[in-house]
Write a protein of this length. Sequence first.
Length: 339
Amino acid sequence: MTEGISPAIAEKAPLILAEIEKASSILMHCHPLPDPDSVGSALAMKMALEGMGKKATVIKGDSSIPRAFAHFPGASEIEERSFSDVDLSKYDLFISLDSGSRSMVSQAHPPALPLPIRTVVIDHHVTNETYGDINLVDASSPAVAFILFQLFSVWKVPLTHDIATDLFMGIYTDTGGFRYAPTDWRVIAAASELARNAPDFTETIFKMENSQSKEAIYFQALAFSSVETFLGDSVAIAAVSHRQLAEKHIPEECIRGIGISNILKSVIGWNVGVSLIERVEGEVKVSLRTRDRDRFDVSKLAAALGGGGHRAAAAAVLHMPLDEAKKLVVAKAKELYNL
């Protein structure tokens, strides 16, 4: 599909391809607490690069790859290394996918800029800090996987079954099953073409959505039992402490605040859903979702908290106790939304 390709993608596609052609060994990563768009996009790009005769490496980054994504084609080849473990002198090019800032390359050890090797950033977050030598940031795309679909079309990369599967999963999940803006006819057309090349996509979805552990259910129970509302019930917050996670022996891969905040914003009148998860003592992961992205643009709230994202979905990390984080989120929401 070449019809409807974003102007930003059409402009940057030849520049990125030129960097790829000059490189022989290329590094990619998954962002902290990776989602299917992060994992699927990295794996699809790896296979596309290998098809061009390049050596391509994907590292897990700060977090483990969730069991729910372990069946994605190529997932077994993700290397168990964080970004700080990598000797960049062994690579010619770093392609950063689905990461709006240095901290999304690594929250534990954000890389110093500029990197000693050429860096290409491919992202769809409007708050992207454009930290690469080449930055392709297309906020009209609901997923990085959709950007890659368009790039591969321009580059004439064959859509193998495995590439199509990984791209489909990235698009399917980041659009919430095609429910979230900016999903449009181009996205549906792309998904149709990917499904044609990966006709067993329903099986891949089933495996992903039915791979939960008991600890994941315990986590959800903790989160939902903690819900409080603020600012005239307009903001709903679920907060889980590090102590609670430790008592229930809940591992990192089961901690998915995105799902919690999504459910909170589904309640009529709860315009902003917030999950606050204290993954380690004094470090709180903030996930933000809204049912009204015009009135309650959560990318602004995330930016005020030092994070970023989209108008309807955003995130941040706060380095403070959980109670202080909750107070700060409420105060910033009150200020930004005039509540």
